[in-house]
Write a protein that binds this ligand. Structure first.
Ligand code: THU
Length: 132
């Protein structure tokens, strides 16, 4: 699957966003090496702090369905803002632990796309190696 195809899948997930408070829909699609796709959208709550971001939804869905870190090929995260949405700090901490190192993370707003890794997005991170 190409980067553009994975981004298109993430835009499908964006349609399922529940974002009545921010009006800022986000979609994500995680691709496994054997071609399975796990979708995520941001799901907000009247108690704002309980919001779950799209990328965490997608990664939690994958893990909940038995996907392991080594099975993961790539992740796409999309929004429709003027500027590309990069993962928030909480998501960076989660993705850093649950994605394999070097995993491509495609960020797109439908007009431009950038591909990053967690090593780029969260340098000098605190992770499992510090506590295990
Ligand atoms: N959001 C995501 O789902 N992913 C991101 O990478 C950035 C922010 C969501 C959280 C909230 O529902 C809305 O976007 C506005 O912050």
């Amino acid at each position: 699957m190409t980067r553009e195809e994975l981004i298109r899948e993430a835009f499908e997930a964006l349609k399922n966003s529940y974002s009545p408070y921010s009006h800022y829909p986000v979609g994500a699609c995680l691709l496994t090496k054997d071609g399975r796709k796990f979708y995520g959208a941001n799901i907000e709550n009247a108690s704002f702090g309980l919001t779950n971001c799209a990328e965490r939804s997608a990664v939690f869905s994958a893990y909940s369905n038995g996907v392991k870190k080594s099975d993961i090929e790539a992740l796409a995260i999309v929004s429709i803002g003027v500027k590309i949405a990069a993962p928030c700090g909480a998501c960076r901490q989660v993705l850093n632990e649950l994605l394999p190192s070097g995993c491509p993370i495609h960020l797109s707003n439908g007009k431009e796309t950038v591909t990053k890794t967690m090593e780029e997005l969260l340098p000098m991170s605190f992770g499992p190696e510090d506590v295990l």
